[in-house]
Ligand binder design. Structure first.
Ligand SMILES: Nc1ncnc2c1ncn2[C@@H]1O[C@H](COP(=O)(O)OP(=O)(O)OP(=O)(O)O)[C@@H](O)[C@H]1O
Ligand SMILES: [Mg+2]
Length: 410
């Protein structure tokens, strides 16, 4: 390839064709950075300190400036070489002088440089922190949380919609199962969100909780294993359940259908988590009758506490007439947004009112939590290193530890 062809080619870094054309100080033009050298100017290997200033500046007036008086243009004149009319020797002298000036002007700092060695260890890097969180969540070493002496049946209820009932059911169930507990999730909402979140098939017509409540099919026949989470089963809900509220009205012992199904379940379970619909109808009543514990997720938002009184009254009614054992044992604050004062106010008010049944763990509002169901996963498996996953893990641990303490105290 000819030199001319090489010259026309653009460089891979985007330099224009002629590799010499726009080099600093080339072609008799000053570089924007003020480089004094040109292709025609020999670069001195060393500066002879014995050469005196007048000698160095021979051929150029000390401090001589161009017409415009700018230093850059001085370099231009020198740089121009034969075209500019200056001899090469003068250019060299001018360069020496400039370097000398720069060296003389330079003040040497006696300050020691800041410690160049980072004291940060690899363990402090964000990726390492996230990896540690993921390991804690996925628990490859099989560390177990305390398991209850008897099955804990928890109804996750709040008639207010969208407060995090399903998200909490799914993620707490996965967290408990990943830490050695055997867990059954009962999806009692015709929307079937818990089934979706656990990646369990729930299209119309498949065996589901509807068959259990209306047809008396055993729970074990409809419980499906959750992929990737050993020890976790899910009884799915299909759209068929939408009609169950009305159909149940004429069924014998309509409020205790779920309770009987759970009592008849033969497997060894540590937890049954029931995800309720956002209503206080017969489905929720079935859950309250079946459960010993009620877990109420409360969203850290303005209307969070409205309607809670009605839920508590319903729990009292069920307790008085249908299930003496049921108690509100756990309140979980969800979708906490630390940037708002409102979230703090709601959290403080809930804690003041419900005291120590409120878990100290608060679930933050997090995009990862809301993305996970789209992949048929809990946030625990979708992004185990995220804050949402860590928070649900810590809430699950609190639930397990509190349960164990209470069991030990009785
Ligand atoms: N911590 C969180 N951060 C961000 N989004 C969340 C969080 N928790 C829940 N969400 C999202 O908020 C919406 C409502 O949550 P979820 O479905 O769990 O509430 P719900 O009480 O079960 O609703 P419903 O009353 O309809 O059954 C969902 O889109 C969910 O992904
Ligand atoms: Mg729900």
């Amino acid at each position: 390839m000819s030199d001319a062809a090489v010259g026309r080619m653009a460089s891979p870094l985007g330099w224009p064709g002629d590799p010499t054309a726009h080099r600093p100080g080339s072609a008799g033009r000053p570089s924007p950075l003020g480089w004094p050298w040109s292709r025609t100017t020999p670069i001195p290997d060393t500066i002879d300190p014995t050469v005196s200033e007048p000698e160095q500046s021979a051929g150029a007036e000390p401090g001589a400036q161009s017409e415009s008086g700018s230093e850059t243009e001085e370099a231009l004149m020198v740089d121009a070489g034969p075209q500019g009319g200056s001899p090469d020797g003068a250019a060299t002298d001018a360069s020496h002088r400039r370097i000398r000036e720069v060296l003389d002007a330079a003040t040497v700092s006696r300050e020691t440089a800041p410690d160049p060695v980072s004291r940060e260890t690899d363990d402090d890097l964000p990726i390492a922190i996230e990896a540690r969180r993921a390991v804690a969540v996925l628990n490859p070493s099989g560390e177990a949380m305390p398991r209850p002496p008897a099955t804990r049946i928890m109804c996750v209820a709040n008639q207010k919609g969208g407060v995090g009932k399903t998200t909490s059911t799914v993620n707490l169930a996965v967290a408990l199962a990943l830490h050695g507990s055997r867990v059954l999730v009962v999806d009692l909402d015709p929307q079937g969100n818990a089934s979706t979140g656990l990646g369990v098939d729930h299209h119309a017509g498949i065996p589901s909780i509807y068959d259990v409540l209306i047809e008396g099919v055993p729970l074990a026949d409809v419980a499906a294993p959750v992929e990737g989470v050993p020890g976790l089963l899910c009884v799915p809900a299909t759209i068929d359940l939408a009609g169950a509220e009305i159909e149940l009205v004429s069924v014998v012992a309509r409020e205790t259908r779920l309770r009987r199904a759970i009592e008849a379940y033969d497997g060894d379970l540590d937890y049954v988590l029931i995800d309720c619909p956002p209503s206080l109808g017969l489905l929720t009543v079935n859950a309250l009758v079946a459960a010993r514990e009620v877990l109420i997720p409360i969203q850290c938002e303005y209307y969070a506490l409205e309607g809670l009184g009605q839920l508590l009254r319903n729990v009292d009614l069920v307790k008085a007439h249908l299930n003496n054992d049921v108690e509100v044992t756990t309140i979980l604050l969800t979708m906490y947004d630390g940037r708002t004062k409102l979230a703090d106010q709601v959290a403080a008010e809930v804690r003041e009112h419900f005291k120590d049944i409120v878990l100290s763990t608060v679930i933050p509002r997090s995009v990862r939590v809301s993305e996970a169901p789209g992949y048929g996963q809990s946030v625990m498996t979708y992004d185990p290193g995220s804050r949402g996953a860590t928070s649900y893990l810590s809430a699950a641990r609190e639930i397990a530890v509190r349960g164990a303490k209470e069991a030990a105290a009785t």
